[in-house]
Design a protein around this ligand. Sequence first.
Ligand SMILES: Nc1ncnc2c1ncn2[C@@H]1O[C@H](COP(=O)(O)OP(=O)(O)OP(=O)(O)O)[C@@H](O)[C@H]1O
Length: 421
Amino acid sequence: MTGIMVRTEDLDVSYGDTRVLQAVSLAVAGGSFIGILGPNGCGKTTLLRALSRIIDPAAGTVMVDGRDIGTYSIRGLATIMGAVPQETAVTFDFTVEEIVQMGRHPYLGRLSSMGEEDYAICRHAMEITNTAYLAGRLITEISGGERQRVLIARALAQRPRVLLLDEPTSHLDISHQIEILSIIRGLVPEVTVIGVFHDINLAAYFCDTIILMERARIAAVGTPAAVITDKNIREIFGVEMIVRTHPITGRPYAVPRYEPGPVAGHPLRVHVVCGGGTGAETLYALRSAGHEVTAGVLSANDSDCTAAEGLGIRVIREPPFAPISSRSLEEYAAVLQASDAVVVTGMPVGPGNIDNLRTLGDHAGLLVFLLSPGGTDPADHDYTGGEATAILDALLKNGAVRVGSVSELLDRLAARRADRP
Ligand SMILES: Nc1ncnc2c1ncn2[C@@H]1O[C@H](COP(=O)(O)OP(=O)(O)OP(=O)(O)O)[C@@H](O)[C@H]1O
């Protein structure tokens, strides 16, 4: 058995005179996990309420399993649809076990009481949500995260074929977030799951389809990769995020990009010689501090190249696996000439990129910083038979400065900047 399909057509919902959903049409395939994302107040909870018939639409229809939701009896709807609300405060002094058993009410006749199967279903719901140990506790005397798991257990006790979740992990610590979402993910495809999320990365990881809402309407629907893009996030949330494909999960993930504040004094032109992921933190910090940053020469498949380009930093780059060309070396030499400072991170130096250091060694008089965070040294990764180490030693003799952390580097550059007219 698979979860059932949910559709809306031209759904309008209002609170009083205020239209909160406008012409919302969506089709949720049976047996999939849908994540709804969108800014505060855009109508996500209202959409869930309309899907579960807590509020009636002003216009349009909600179809559940091909039937207008209005044609279900309350009890009939409760045997196919479970909902976990956003507000988990419960004011009555029921025990956790009693709360979970309420999930069986739609199945019981007016005078009939719970049977062995009902108890077994409740026990199972409590086991998989890790709430069995709370059975005898009062719902009013447990933590917000525990209560959230109990309400999920109650919804599971309904044995729903559609599960609606409003921010199901908002009160949960990271281990319970992953545990609960893995459990919910495991319900698919027997259950159709529709959840409101604020955490873009959790939604991207767990959901099959993302619905991105903006005020009162749907802005985009599709796979996480199609919907979670820096452009969509900028347009809908008004923030800059760096969106990449996660190297292990293959799903998109997003991290905030902090734009540099106003620069105090005159920004410096800083060139970063890096590679193999050793430069990303430095590039980000220099850019955020307002310096004019360049990087290279880097291979296009180096993660530092991806990082620099993601930050809008000019990179002197070569195609993947190609040796450094004389054209790039000329460009690099010209950039060095125009730079106020050069930073060499603890990159691996091999035959493919020794030219970066040779060219740097040829430019006497540059202000060079060798970044050796945590005791790692650019020379620790010398795969050139000692040539790279010899060049770095010569640079140190000629006044290059060894710095132990990115913040020390920033301090030294800030002092330098303050000295300038
Ligand atoms: N009971 C209500 N009466 C009047 N207005 C309401 C009511 N509930 C919500 N609203 C308003 O409707 C709009 C949509 O609210 P809704 O709760 O659906 O948004 P949301 O996207 O779930 O927000 P959040 O991310 O903050 O939970 C908001 O402007 C909100 O102020």
